[in-house]
Design a protein around this ligand. Structure first.
Ligand code: KG4
Ligand code: ZN
Length: 350
């Protein structure tokens, strides 16, 4: 099955074509992405109106480029998928309207993708991870521990009660004057630092049976510590302690989750989402998971952050189970993952 996917839910315009019949690791036939970092840089964050206009101006070209890269004709495509939520409304309108129009013109099946589900299923593009699997999704907007039983079927074990982890990295970077987007900049500075100088809080870590997260107290503690960290080396040390602290919190929650779901026959534990491209945290989670005798899997760094390969793949996973959305599929800027538990699975004839 060959599916074209479009991702426009935030600040990356991305188009990809995947083929489910290729071997694991070779599913991606094309991936074309325009990162809007430069456009949002002056504002130190994503400006929704600028994002929507930027998606509109480059999406058609990216689609043409992806079709060329994949050496695929419209006739060869089986379906078209686009993110329909959660995300910024302007971007969702641009990407989904393009996808629905192409599906109508070329008489293809359509699947409206849940952005978080796309992050969850990405790992199956590059690793032989079977259902059910458990995992940790850490992105700019979400932090969740869950079990994935199959496309459209998730049990959420824990979520953040305040800031998402990526948001926390971004705010720490901003307070430290590092710039935007913050995660990779914090990681780069932390690599120059030594841990042990700053004592930072590990919120809720001792709460037994709790699998939720809270990062706002940690963020405030970093802000306070920054007032004493004047030189670059001390700031690097603070970033190293911050990352170390996040590693402890995540590792503790992963252990709690693995204990709680010991009766579910999972073989793998997955790390995914933009923050999942942090090398320090990847190693930390891998060590924790492997100490429980489970397989650790994570998408390669460039597939952890937003991209259309994950959207095309999520659409393909549903389509090959016979799921198709009608073209009146609504856009949902806010959309809990649990809400897709029973996906619309009627086969819709266009
Ligand atoms: O998954 P993603 O690309 O977009 C959302 O769905 O939110 O995640 C973006 C988030 C941003 O907050 C960014 O700062 C963070 O992922 N991020 C990182 C790293 N790379 C991206 N955080 C920590 N370390 C990184 N290397
Ligand atoms: Zn994302």
């Amino acid at each position: 099955m060959i599916v074209l996917g479009i991702e426009t839910s935030c600040d990356d315009t991305s188009v990809a074509i995947v083929d489910t019949q290729r071997a694991t690791g070779q599913h991606i036939l094309a991936l074309q992405t325009h990162h809007q970092t430069q456009e949002h840089q002056p504002y130190q964050g994503v400006v929704p109106e600028i994002a929507a206009r930027s998606h509109l101006s480059c999406l058609s070209t990216l689609i043409q480029d992806a079709m060329k890269e994949a050496e695929t004709s419209w006739a060869q495509l089986d379906g078209i998928a686009a993110t329909v939520g959660p995300g910024l409304m302007g971007g969702l309108i641009v990407g989904s309207t393009m996808a629905k129009t192409l599906a109508m013109i070329h008489d293809k099946r359509f699947w409206g993708v849940h952005h978080l589900e796309a992050h969850w299923l990405t790992v199956r593009l590059t690793s032989d991870v079977t259902f059910p699997f458990a995992g940790l999704l850490v992105s700019g907007g979400h932090t969740q521990l869950a079990v994935c039983h199959g496309p459209g079927h998730y049990d959420i074990l824990g979520e953040t009660r305040d800031d998402a982890l990526g948001e926390c990295f971004d705010k720490v970077a901003k307070m430290a004057g590092l710039g935007y987007p913050g995660g990779p900049l914090v990681e780069a500075l932390a690599e120059q630092g030594r841990t042990g100088k700053f004592s930072l809080p590990r919120p809720m870590i001792h709460k037994k049976d709790c699998l939720d997260f809270s990062f706002s107290g940690l963020k405030t503690a970093v802000r306070d510590a920054l007032s004493t960290a004047k030189d670059t080396q001390t700031r690097a040390d603070l970033m190293a302690d911050f990352q170390h602290c996040v590693g402890d919190i995540l590792s503790c929650r992963v252990e709690g989750a693995l204990k709680k779901i010991h009766d579910i026959p999972i073989k793998s534990f997955v790390l995914t989402g933009g923050v999942g491209s942090n090398r320090f945290l990847r190693q930390r989670i891998q060590d924790t998971v492997e100490s429980y005798g489970l397989l650790y899997a994570a998408p390669p760094l460039h597939l952890c952050t937003d991209n259309a390969a994950m959207v095309a793949w999520a659409g393909a996973e549903h389509m090959r189970k016979g799921h198709t959305h009608t073209l009146d599929q609504p856009l949902r800027p806010r959309w809990p993952l649990e809400a897709i538990k029973n996906p619309l699975s009627k086969i819709a004839k266009l």
